[in-house]
Design a protein around this ligand. Structure first.
Ligand SMILES: [Zn+2]
Length: 340
């Protein structure tokens, strides 16, 4: 088989506990339609984790009866912070806490282990690329998008002409740490929210699960004395329960999510003036809800995304699809794109 016939790619999404793997053929069709997870073993250090990735790759080849010779490249994505070419931050990270991970060339090590080109993206960028690819299909390269994914933190990415904007140090698209105007978002007596990154009043300090537990709930519970969420015992636990309360129309929870929607709208307003994308994607727990709550939330985001009439005529707000598979699938899309 000549090199040009090898057009199948694999996507491997590495998290703190699991690897999610997928496989994409040359026509852009995923050969697996569900979540295929194996243990990531990242807590056991880099060498064990690289072996776990090689096993995950063999596993999807077996599942789809694909000969290894047909694979042209592998896409890898991990949580950040890491460089544009997959070197884990010298400070380590939440999921890669062991000393040996610091400054570890994860991409290079996997490439050496499996003997195939490995294309790296951080998980937010991979998910953003997948959302873009699904939304625009064959027209992906003629369009741009921005994705905000609300989880423990606020991740996402910026896609321009179908490609991830990575930046000089690999740190473009860190939407969570963009400063937002807080005037009119916070109540008059509400403290300025703080982020894990050290900033005050950035997007993640409001629009993330951590933002709820550290900043929003502590304030709103003072405004609703005796509220059930104040009796839960831990703010982290109460923050996770807040979405359910929001879906049931609870006033306190709706205040919290309205502030998150305003933050996303303000973030998108900044994006509108930076890259002026065709689509603003939202993903994560905040939209993985009942249709009524989701509709209300998206309406609030739209209301606070200030577009010029020319922009409003061509732009839209949409959801990141299949979020649990988006990282692996986006990694595979990036690997396919690298084949040219
Ligand atoms: Zn931050």
């Amino acid at each position: 088989m000549s090199t040009s016939d090898r057009r199948t790619v694999i996507g491997l999404d590495v998290g703190g506990t699991a690897i999610n793997a997928t496989i994409l053929d040359s026509t852009g069709r995923f050969l697996i339609d569900h979540l295929v997870e194996t243990p990531s073993r990242v807590l056991e250090g880099p060498e064990v984790a690289v072996e776990a990735l090689a096993t995950a790759m063999d596993n999807v080849l077996n599942l789809t009866v694909t000969p290894r010779e047909e694979v042209a490249a592998v896409g890898l994505d991990t949580p950040g912070p890491a460089s544009a070419d997959g070197v884990i931050s010298s400070k380590g990270s939440t999921n890669f806490s062991q000393e040996a991970w610091r400054g570890y060339d994860f991409r290079g090590a996997l490439e050496e282990r499996i003997g195939l080109p490995v294309i790296y993206n951080n998980d937010g960028n991979a998910a953003a690329l997948y959302a873009h690819f699904v939304h625009f299909g064959q027209r992906a390269n003629d369009h741009s998008s921005v994705s905000a994914i609300v989880g423990t933190g606020l991740g996402g990415g910026v896609i321009e002409s179908g490609r991830v904007v990575k930046g000089a140090a690999g740190m473009a698209g860190e939407l969570g740490h963009v400063h937002l105007p807080m005037h009119g978002l916070l109540e008059a007596d509400q403290p300025v929210p703080k982020c894990n990154c050290g900033f005050e009043g950035d997007a993640e300090s409001v629009a993330s699960l951590t933002g709820i537990s550290r900043n929003l709930l502590p304030y709103w519970l003072t405004r609703f004395p005796g509220h059930e969420l104040g009796q839960v015992g831990s703010l982290e636990k109460a923050a996770k329960m807040a979405r359910g309360y929001g879906e049931r129309g609870d006033t306190l929870a709706l205040k919290v999510f309205e502030q998150q929607a305003k933050a996303l709208g303000r973030l998108f307003t900044i994006a509108a003036n930076f890259t002026d994308p065709h689509v603003y994607f939202i993903g994560g727990g905040v939209v993985e809800t009942g249709p009524e709550f989701r509709h209300w939330f998206l309406g609030k985001v739209r209301e606070h995304t200030l577009l010029r009439s020319e922009q409003a005529a061509v732009a839209s707000i949409a959801l990141v699809p299949d979020l649990d598979m988006a990282g692996a699938r986006g990694a595979a899309v990036a690997a396919l794109a690298s084949l040219g």
